[in-house]
Design a protein around this ligand. Structure first.
Ligand SMILES: C[S@@+](CC[C@H](N)C(=O)[O-])C[C@H]1O[C@@H](n2cnc3c(N)ncnc32)[C@H](O)[C@@H]1O
Length: 266
């Protein structure tokens, strides 16, 4: 598997985000501004993946655990073929449609209220671990937009929260679910040291450890194990690593292996 260099993570006290059991921090983007990830993602990503060449094609994107939508909207602007300035509310020319969801309804309300492109970006409350509900809602969105899968799904800084709160099976289930609805998947899995910090922050508040923390069998290099699951069990192939954020997190891009690849590897 391709890997990329990692800088060590040193967080000052002022960067301490406080405790939020699902990572549903209300001020997440004040300590992890969108630029941290945007600077690693090429603006031409959609075209590089071979989409948007035929202008009549609708490109569908999914943002899992979008928090208050700041990164979602910034990415939407970032990936437009034509540059959209930060304060632009003019609808873009291209037909890029994006669905962002989060389990925190207050964050989603904020995302909806500040959404500059309601024609193109939708925000809905949804818990990805609720299998039936999430299956139905994602399929409904795809159907409404005439798609079978999302062209590009983003799962950024969410895996640890599903893993800590629901255990190993839920983490693998999340990856399998995303692989099944995505042509391409951009994954940022938190490294193990973040798990320890998250548990420590909750303990400081007098809360008990996350239910599954001590029993997790997937530990250590979580990104590596997530990649292995996607590649061995979900028909995905790692295409590229866009580098590491200053928080020592790799941004990994996967693509669905086409039938022809599957035959060749057998
Ligand atoms: C650390 S924030 C990351 C936000 C955004 N993806 C980013 O990278 O900027 C994690 C988000 O995942 C959401 N989340 C955690 N578990 C979830 C679940 N089971 N279903 C949907 N969202 C979830 C949290 O509410 C939180 O807003």
């Amino acid at each position: 598997m391709a890997t990329c260099g990692a800088k060590s993570e040193v967080l000052d006290e002022k960067d301490d985000p406080g405790a939020a059991p699902y990572g549903n921090f209300i001020n997440y983007y004040t300590f992890n501004p969108p630029e941290n990830r945007l600077s690693l993602i090429p603006t031409t990503l959609i075209q590089d993946l071979g989409y948007g060449i035929d202008s009549s094609e609708t490109i569908l994107m999914l943002d899992v655990g979008c928090n208050s939508g700041d990164l979602t909207v910034a990415l939407y602007r970032h990936l437009q073929p034509r540059v959209l300035s930060e304060d632009s509310t003019t609808p873009p020319d291209s037909d890029l449609q994006l669905l962002g969801f989060d389990l925190d309804e207050t964050l989603i309300l904020r995302a909806q209220q500040t959404n500059p492109f309601p024609q193109n970006i939708s925000f809905i409350p949804l818990d990805i671990t609720e299998d039936a509900a999430s299956q139905t809602q994602l399929q409904d969105y795809l159907r409404q937009h005439g798609g079978f899968r999302f062209h590009l799904s983003l799962c950024l800084a969410v895996t640890m929260w599903v893993h800590l709160n629901h255990g190993d099976a839920a983490l693998l289930g999340l990856l399998s679910r995303l692989a099944s609805v995505s042509q391409h998947l951009l994954l940022e899995a938190q490294p193990w040291k973040c798990y320890r910090s998250a548990a420590r922050r909750l303990r400081k508040l007098g809360r008990s450890d996350f239910d599954h923390f001590k029993e997790l069998k997937i530990r250590g290099d979580v990104a590596e194990q997530a990649s292995e699951h996607l590649e061995k069990h979900c028909g995905m192939a790692l295409m590229q690593c866009f580098g590491s954020t200053s928080w020592d997190r790799r941004l990994l891009l996967f693509r669905r292996r086409e039938t022809i690849d599957l035959h060749l590897s057998q």
